[in-house]
Design a protein around this ligand. Sequence first.
Ligand code: SF4
Length: 162
Amino acid sequence: MHEKRTLSDLTFFKIVQEILSHYSWPRTCPAICCKIADINLDENDLNTLGEIPKDKIESFIEDGERHYKMSPPCPFLESDKCTVYDRRPTMCRLFPFNITTMPDALLLFPCDMGGSIFEDYVEYSNNILKRPVPTETTGAFKQSHSSFDIKLNEDLPIPMLL
Ligand code: SF4
């Protein structure tokens, strides 16, 4: 029988958890993504989160399977803090990484936390692995990061720069 796999079953999820265990959350994080992004949920997330306001949840079918998403702003965000942090959805546990539906694709948001992770990765790849990260890649990330910062400071809606 086909066993249903969730995001947290993927090797990517475990790798991301390992990476994130080395970083602490910036206290200045204004939780922009909790305010502007759809949060995809699997059935485990739904069961763990408990009651979600009906107007905030939508279900849809993709690849023949039922999925769910919460619309922004997240109903569990209060004064820029997550009120369900210990039982937050899998997607939130991955942030600032995002696993796409494309196979083998792991994206990194260009927020401050994503920026620190990216800088450490570049240093590790250049100096330890001796596999220099192409300058186009570092340039594109820096550009996304500064655009993310500028929009934050101007208090404008931020598009997902992925
Ligand atoms: S559950 Fe928490 S971390 Fe996830 S979007 Fe809502 S407030 Fe943010």
